[in-house]
Design a protein around this ligand. Structure first.
Ligand code: TYM
Length: 333
């Protein structure tokens, strides 16, 4: 039984283009390639940073609605909310007992996020975040985890923990592979094209939200930072802004970057921007309608999540029972 699994945090009203191109688009395609797909909303990860409870609940529903709108199919995929599956938190504890303190301290995301808050304000949950993520994955005995480049280090930790557990206690956990696309694993901020597009950037002027009005997104694309030499070419190092726009356009319309570049010979950055904005507008046009339709039917979302939690608990309870047995916990009678 081959399995794929991934998650997206409910920390904003809309997925952004980096989330979609770097991860969620692959999730849709991989539904057909694996026997089983598990896609979930990590709400427990979302409380590792200061948050608004009411917004979190709303965004959890909105995230599910967006997954359905982009083509995650509840008939083929198990869709669930992390906190509905208590086995994940239970497995986290066991994994945290085989994680080195130094090993956890080397996680760059913790360093970045805690630096923003100050070490005293940053919670221990932010520190153990990657161990919860390892449990998300290992509880489901999965083969592949489609994510963007920024999750690579967490996937490495996950693999190390699985291997460590297996070598200490005997083969129990499947060691997953990160599935990181070569071309779109990092979509960059339009205003700061050497930093990844991120909802936690200081300003949202370089961020494209899928549910935004396409006119607003077009405006952001028109004001994307480029460079001064007026040549449309793909060169990440010297032309990060232009390369980012080429990557986005190519990913959305399926034309190779080489063909795009050839087509822009003699044309200017204005053309590249207008075309990219048009391609984006075409892509997002049907999404909003589907999203609104799903969101307007909370019972439908609840049913999907109830079924999803049930299936997710079946699978993860089996893993947890094996883990508990291996570490020597006395089974309750
Ligand atoms: P999150 O919610 O920050 O992002 C969701 C997915 O989007 C990818 N991504 C990007 N890809 C390309 N370019 C970008 N600019 C960009 N920004 C974000 C992320 O790599 C991710 O794949 N820790 C995870 C959520 C998580 C998870 C898991 C994922 C929790 N448990 C288990 C996989 C398996 C996160 O914060 O992703």
């Amino acid at each position: 039984m081959t399995r794929v699994l991934s998650g997206i945090q409910p920390t904003s009203d809309s997925f952004h283009l980096g989330n979609y191109l770097g991860a969620v688009r692959q999730w849709v395609a991989l539904q057909d390639e694996f026997d089983e797909a598990f896609y979930f909303i990590p709400d427990m990860h979302a409380i590792t940073m200061p948050h608004e409870p009411k917004l979190l609940r709303e965004r959890t529903r909105r995230s599910v609605a967006q997954l359905l709108a982009v083509g995650i199919d509840p008939e083929r995929s198990t869709i669930y909310v992390q906190s509905h599956v208590p086995e994940i938190a239970q497995l986290t504890w066991v994994l945290s007992c085989i994680t080195g303190f130094g090993e956890a301290s080397r996680m760059t995301q913790f360093k970045d996020k805690s630096a923003k808050q100050g070490t005293d304000a940053a919670g221990v949950g932010l520190f153990t975040y990657p161990i919860l993520m390892a449990a998300d994955i290992l509880a489901f005995q999965v083969d592949a985890v489609p994510v963007g480049e920024d999750q690579r280090q967490h996937l490495e930790l996950t693999r190390n923990l699985a291997q460590r557990f297996n070598s200490r206690f005997g083969k129990t956990l499947r060691v997953p592979e990160a599935y990181i696309p070569a071309d779109v694993a990092k979509i960059y901020d339009l205003q700061n094209p050497t930093a990844k597009m991120s909802k936690s950037a200081d300003s949202d002027s370089g961020l494209i939200s899928l549910l935004d009005d396409p006119k607003r997104s077009a405006k952001k694309i028109r004001s994307a930072v480029t460079d001064n030499d007026r040549v449309i070419a793909f060169d990440r190092e010297n032309k990060p802004g232009v390369s980012n726009l080429l990557t986005i356009q190519s990913a959305l319309n399926g034309t190779s970057i080489d063909d795009l570049v050839a087509g822009y010979e003699g044309k200017g950055y204005g053309d590249l921007k207008v075309d990219t904005a048009n391609v984006l507008a075409e892509f997002v046009a049907p999404l909003k309608g589907k999203f609104d339709e799903v969101l307007a039917d909370p019972d439908y979302i609840d049913r999907i999540l109830a079924d999803g939690a049930q299936r997710a608990r079946e699978v993860s309870a089996k893993t947890l029972a094996g883990v508990y047995e291996k570490v020597g916990f006395l089974a309750p009678k």
